[in-house]
Design a protein around this ligand. Structure first.
Ligand code: PRT
Ligand code: ZN
Length: 285
């Protein structure tokens, strides 16, 4: 029986959310002790636990068939991998930052400067595209301290909240890349593995969709029913059932997380009562 192997970060910012996603997709992994490899008993998938930087190469070489890794790492390693799906977690940006007291007048400010980074390829392409001649100084950790100790004039690194930059006296001046975790696969997987990957993808999409949506139940006075239904987008159209109490109906539908509070407020204004909001476990549309 063919199985699909997938590279997962062994420990770090991606590990837990990657495993959660597989778990919510109904794929059990015996992973108590984080061995190198864990085989699922209920889905033809083997998880291989790796350093995130190694995942693109492993997938490219066919050591694993697929992987979950940050787009930033994929771009830096520049292998020909197929990005199957963006996964919506580990969001960050890759930016250039300079000491906060230094004036910035666009990318030309970087001409002739020394920039410290662990991502020389992404930075190199950005500088080349903008015809900037700067020196790239590769360091592997704690890039943010480089300007403070006189090692570089600027840095290029991952930014999330920006607090690391602030606490090192730096300001973000160019966002070069936005990144999030992605599911990647080797191009030209054999058809059986491709089929397993498609099944996995179908489940991942159902899980992600359900996370974005809530099931809503409410009681509506019949004379405002049309207005209330207009406010609720729903998957198709809402389910409406008469209540035992004369003149009232029960309305069931699905709401997107993003528009949730606004819609709830409008529903209350229209006289909706007994509003219940329930998480959706899986959503297949
Ligand atoms: O051991 P291994 O090599 O597997 O892990 P790692 O240490 O290389 O990576 P890890 O676990 O730190 O990050 C994995 C991936 O998470 C990265 O490749 C990014 O795609 C993503 N990610 C998301 C981040 C951040 N957010 C993040 N904030 N990776 C790193 N950071 C660091 C950043 O380097 C900087 O030092 O956090 C600091 C900035 O954070 P703020 O919030 O202060 O701006
Ligand atoms: Zn790493």
């Amino acid at each position: 029986m063919e199985r699909l192997s997938i590279g997962i970060q062994k420990s770090g910012r991606l590990s837990e959310k990657s495993l959660d996603l597989l778990k919510e997709s109904g794929i059990s992994l015996a992973n108590g002790n984080r061995k190198l490899l864990s085989s699922s008993q209920n889905f033809p998938l083997d998880a291989v636990f790796l350093r995130d930087d190694d995942i693109p190469q492993y997938v490219f070489d066919g050591v694993t068939d697929a992987g979950i890794v940050g787009e930033n790492v994929i771009r830096e390693k520049s292998h020909e991998l197929e990005v199957i799906e963006k996964l919506g977690f580990a969001r960050c940006r890759m930016s250039i930052a300079i000491p906060k007291g230094v004036d910035y007048n666009g990318v030309v400010t970087l001409d002739g400067k020394k920039i410290a980074t662990s991502y020389p390829n992404i930075l190199g392409s950005f500088l080349a595209e903008n015809h900037i001649d700067a020196e790239i100084h590769v360091i592997s950790g704690s890039v943010e301290i480089a300007p403070g100790i006189g090692l570089a004039d600027a840095i290029f690194d991952i930014v999330s909240t920006g607090s690391t930059l602030v606490s090192n006296g730096l300001k973000e001046v160019e966002v070069v890349l936005k990144s999030e975790a992605v599911l990647v696969a080797r191009p030209n997987l054999d058809p059986v593995k491709r089929e397993i990957l498609d099944k996995l993808l179908f489940r991942i999409r159902a899980v992600r969709k359900s996370r974005d949506n809530k099931y809503i139940l409410l009681n509506a006075p019949n004379d405002r029913l049309d207005e209330i239904i207009n406010v609720i987008p729903g998957m198709k159209s809402p389910t409406i059932m008469p209540l035992a109490e004369e003149g009232w109906s029960s309305v069931h539908s699905v709401l997107n997380e993003n528009e949730f509070w606004e819609i709830i407020d409008r529903l209350r204004d229209l006289g909706a009562q007994g509003i219940l909001v329930i998480p959706i476990e899986k959503m297949i549309t």
